[in-house]
Write a new protein. Structure first.
Length: 68
């Protein structure tokens, strides 16, 4: 892998979740964008992971996502 992409394990660690939690986020369509590179292989672009974090940044607990 290059520095531009990451495995599910790397992204899960970065987001402080588990690989299973990340898989649930993919299934529900609420996580960072991902790339399918085979029937069971998924990778992430770091730019998409960072965009996901930016889009879900809040300043207050009652803010809608991405309001900050």
């Amino acid at each position: 892998m290059s520095q531009d992409t990451a495995t599910s394990k790397e992204v899960a660690s970065y987001l402080h979740t588990t690989e299973a939690g990340l898989a649930q986020m993919r299934y529900r369509g609420i996580g960072p964008k991902f790339v399918k590179v085979g029937p069971r292989k998924v990778i992430y672009r770091w730019s998409d992971v960072k965009a996901y974090l930016e889009a879900n940044t809040c300043q207050r607990t009652d803010d809608p996502r991405g309001a900050a």
